[in-house]
Design a protein around this ligand. Structure first.
Ligand SMILES: Cc1ncc(COP(=O)(O)O)c(C=O)c1O
Length: 380
C-alpha cells in the first residue's frame, strides 16, 4: 500500500467518460449520477472543453500571477456577468476549501473581527478556517479548533440574531442547499432575515456555492432562488468541469491591497481556459435551464417512487441536487447500484442517497436513473 488510505473505494477504475456516461477499465458503461462529486458540470470530455484545454496547453500551460493574464481578465468579466453580478470582482484559487478560506479571511480583514457563524451540519472544506467552520468533529484536528466558529441550526433565525446582535461577528457562512449535510435547504425567510441582520450589524454574508452553485440548482446560484445578494460567493467544483479551480466573487464594498491574498497556481492559464469553455457550453446548451427541467422531473419521479416504497422516508432537493432519505443504511444499496446496475451515486450520512449528475443529464437518462434506483431499492 503506497497511498495513504483515507478514501473507501468502489472496486472499479474509471478510465473514460462522455456526457453523463463513464466506462471502467474493462469497458463496462455506467450512468454517472454523482458527477465525480458534483464536479462534472458540462459532461465528461465535452469536445469544446477538450479543444480549449488542448489548444491552451500547447500554447502556454502556466505563468505566474506577476504578469497580465488576459484569460483571467476575461473570466473576471464573464463569470460575474453570467452569475448576474456584473459589478463583483473575482479572486481565483484552486479548490473549494481555499475559496472559503480566502472569503473568511476577506471578511475578517474587512470587519476587523474574528468570529464566524455557520450552520449545523455545514461542510466548508478541510483547510484551517474552512474545516473549523465544518460541523464534523471527526475532521477537525486540535490545531484547527481555535474557537472562531459558532454553529447554529439552519433556518433558526432567532438563534443567529442573538449572536449577530453581539456585534462581534465577521461573517455568516451558509450553503443554501447543504450537500454533505444531507441536501437540506435554507428558506427564503431565513436568508432574507440573515441579509437584513448582517446589514444592521456590519457582518459579511458569505454563500458557499461550491456544491449547490454553478447552475446545479436550476439558477446560476442556489441563493438566487431565495431573494438575497451575498457579499461574497464561493465556487469551485463545476467551475472548470474537473480542472482544479475555485473562486471568490467579491462585492464592490471590499477593498483590495497588494499582497493581502495570493496563490501560486490560482487563476493559471489552463484553468482559465477550462472555466471559459465551461461558460461557453453552459450558455450554448442552456444547462442551467436543463438542470431545472430535468431536476423537476426527477424530484417528481422520486416522490412517486416514495409512495411505492416504504423504505424511502423523504425526497428533497432543487434542480440536479437531490437527496433521497431512507429508513436504513444505504451502503449496500449504493454498492449494488455500481455492481449490478452500473450507476454511480453519492451519499450523505449513512442513509441519504445524494444525486449530483452532470447538468447535461437528459430526460431519457433521468428515466433510466429512476428505473435502476427502483430496482436497487426493491432489493433492500
Ligand atoms: C459546500 C462545500 N464547500 C466546500 C467544499 C470543499 O471543496 P474542496 O474539496 O474543493 O476543497 C465542498 C466539497 O465537497 C463542499 O461541498
Amino acid at each position: 500500500m503506497s497511498l495513504f488510505p483515507v478514501y473507501p473505494l468502489f472496486p472499479v477504475e474509471i478510465v473514460q467518460g462522455k456526457g453523463c456516461r463513464v466506462w471502467d477499465a474493462e469497458g463496462h458503461e455506467y450512468l454517472d449520477l454523482y458527477g465525480g462529486h458534483a464536479v462534472i458540470s458540462i459532461g465528461h470530455a465535452h469536445p469544446t472543453y477538450v479543444e480549449a484545454i488542448s489548444r491552451q496547453v500547447a500554447k502556454l500551460g502556466f505563468y505566474s500571477n506577476s504578469v497580465i493574464n488576459s484569460l483571467q481578465e476575461e473570466l473576471g468579466r464573464r463569470l460575474p456577468q453570467a452569475a448576474g453580478y456584473p459589478d463583483f470582482s473575482l479572486f481565483l484559487v484552486n479548490s473549494g476549501a481555499e475559496a472559503n478560506e480566502n472569503a473568511l479571511k476577506l471578511a475578517s480583514f474587512h470587519t476587523g473581527r474574528s468570529r464566524v457563524l455557520a450552520a449545523s451540519k455545514a461542510f466548508h472544506g478541510r483547510t484551517s478556517l474552512a474545516v473549523e467552520a465544518t460541523d464534523n468533529p471527526k475532521i477537525v484536528a486540535p490545531i484547527n479548533a481555535n474557537g472562531h466558529v459558532t454553529f447554529l441550526p439552519l433556518n433558526d433565525l432567532p438563534a443567529f440574531e442573538a449572536e449577530l446582535r453581539k456585534g462581534d461577528v465577521a461573517a455568516v457562512i451558509v450553503e443554501c442547499i447543504q450537500g454533505v449535510g444531507g441536501i437540506r435547504l435554507a428558506t427564503a425567510e431565513f436568508m432574507q432575515g440573515l441579509r437584513k441582520l448582517c446589514d444592521e450589524t456590519g457582518t459579511v454574508l458569505i454563500c458557499d456555492e461550491i456544491q449547490c452553485g454553478y447552475g446545479r440548482s436550476g439558477r446560476f446560484f442556489a441563493h438566487q432562488h431565495l431573494g438575497v445578494t451575498p457579499d461574497l460567493v464561493t465556487c469551485a467544483k463545476g467551475i472548470a468541469n474537473g480542472f482544479p479551480m475555485g473562486a471568490v466573487l467579491i462585492s464592490p464594498k471590499f477593498e483590495a491591497t497588494y499582497g493581502m491574498l495570493g496563490t501560486t497556481f490560482g487563476g493559471n492559464h489552463l484553468g482559465c481556459a477550462a472555466a471559459l469553455a465551461v461558460l461557453d457550453v453552459m450558455e450554448a446548451e442552456q444547462l442551467t435551464a436543463n438542470a431545472a427541467r430535468v431536476g423537476d422531473f426527477l424530484l417528481q419521479a422520486f416522490r412517486e417512487l416514495q409512495s411505492r416504497c416504504p423504505h424511502i422516508t423523504n425526497v428533497r432537493g432543487r434542480g440536479l441536487m437531490i437527496g433521497i432519505e431512507f429508513d436504513q443504511p444505504i451502503k449496500e444499496m449504493r454498492g449494488s447500484l455500481v455492481r449490478d446496475f452500473h450507476v454511480f451515486t453519492g451519499a450523505a450520512s449513512t442513509n441519504i442517497l445524494r444525486l449530483l449528475p452532470p447538468l447535461c443529464l437528459t430526460e431519457a437518462e433521468a428515466r433510466e436513473a429512476v428505473a435502476k434506483i427502483e430496482e436497487a431499492v426493491k432489493k433492500m
